[in-house]
Ligand binder design. Structure first.
Ligand code: NI
Length: 139
């Protein structure tokens, strides 16, 4: 472990009511202690900032669609081929007779990732699509 990664203790003063709300919030989120929760929330803000400023991110586009809808599969494949530079992998799950779940893992600039997600979710026949963004691991 390098010096920069060493754990550093610091004191935080908070309004008592705010701290009680924070503890209830982080408990519901599944954090087991305040240090872990604060580090997680700081990283979350960093990822939002990187995304807003167009930095490098990793994430996934998750979508559900009815593969019977006209040309939906071809359109989704065309879009993915056009964005192959930022697509790491794709997983396709046959949910039921009609519906497919597809998870497209991505890594690249925030602008390119957002453009891909917007293109996929705008295809007619896609019922639901979300973009989940994480840092690229360097944060
Ligand atoms: Ni399918």
């Amino acid at each position: 472990m390098t010096n920069a990664n060493k754990l550093v203790r610091f004191g935080v003063s908070l309004d008592g009511q705010l701290l009680r709300r924070f503890d209830a919030f982080i408990g519901a989120e599944g954090y087991t202690n305040r240090s872990q929760a604060i580090a997680g929330l700081i990283r979350k803000e960093f990822v939002s900032d990187i995304f807003a400023k167009g930095g490098s991110v990793a994430g996934a586009v998750t979508m559900v669609y009815d593969h019977h809808k006209r040309k939906v599969v071809n359109k989704l494949l065309e879009i993915q081929h056009a964005h192959r530079g930022i697509i790491i992998s794709a997983q396709h799950v046959h949910l039921d007779h009609d519906n497919c779940l597809e998870i497209v893992a991505v890594k690249g600039s925030a602008a390119k990732v957002k453009a891909l997600a917007d293109s996929l979710k705008s295809v007619k026949g896609v019922k639901h699509a979300t973009l989940s963004v994480s840092g690229d691991g360097k944060q």
